[in-house]
Design a protein around this ligand. Sequence first.
Ligand SMILES: [Zn+2]
Length: 107
Amino acid sequence: MYLAANVESYFGRGFWSRWLAAVYSTWQGVPEARPTSWFRDPVTNRSVGGHPRSQHLWAGAIDFAIPYAGDHRRDPRALELAQRARREGLVPVVESDHVHIQTFPAS
Ligand SMILES: [Zn+2]
């Protein structure tokens, strides 16, 4: 079980500022992208069908949707967002209706 208050002691000092800076830099390349999900409490996570150990549970993942993009897997702005995330060392997953970006590969 992840507890947000313990994340920095677990992953190291400055984790939150590095993660936020990487997300911000990713987002700057596609400013029309809209965050649709970040931190999820367990009840919300279950209700949206999130993975039981989703990184959303401790705010280590964020979803972006691009207005009027249609299928994000074919949208150049969604693919650009994913590429920028990868360049920042993050782990993007392009879904049909959003781009999921998490801090680490799923374990
Ligand atoms: Zn997600």
